[in-house]
Write a protein that binds this ligand. Sequence first.
Ligand code: ADE
Length: 235
Amino acid sequence: MRIDVVTIFPDYLAPLGLSLPGKARDKGLLDLEVHDLRRWTSDRHRTVDDTPYGGGAGMVMKPEPWGQALEAVARGATIVFTTPSGEPFTQALAHELSEQEHLVFACGRYEGIDQRVIEHAATLGTVREVSLGDYVLNGGEVAAMAITESVVRLLPGFMGNAESLVEESHADGLLEYPVYTKPASWKGRDVPEVLLSGDHARIAAWRRAQAERRTAARRPDLLPPTGVVGALADL
Ligand code: ADE
């Protein structure tokens, strides 16, 4: 997979060279390049923003540098604009993005990027506007890093143990069950007996029940609406 990131803070993205994405690069699974948007400015001050038409607070990112940047690096790519007004990022979207050959992250700052850039980008590649969550960051860089990390670990050949992808939170639509390791007793707290039983069916049933309980308590929105099955049975 090829990933290009366009940002006005290339140093901010340095951690992508470490940790998981760094490992993917070492394994030859990922070719990643970070670009400074100001490279595509032409004025003495390397200006990337201006005041918004229609008035209002803050600054808007100018179209010209973005147009040139995307024409240079994003033809044929899936172009991800990280923005709080995008579709929510989910594990399903991580899987979808992990199947693409070429991703380009366009990291907006200030009040956002001139809308015509997004329209132009759609003539160069496939556009996705993606939000990390319902809160506002100072810019799209942290979102691009988070999305990159979750996508890269799904690349075939990245995970030493592919089973851990099957078991983890969100893989089956539920939060993951609690996990334990040695010692069996610590500060007077014992590991649940079932996990020491060696009875794989009982362990699987216990884990499933724990995952459902945890999901119901913390993320009831992830569970199917209650009553659906009963309502269907009544038909
Ligand atoms: N930029 C600022 N806030 C953001 C968010 N929540 N998600 C993605 N990009 C952002």
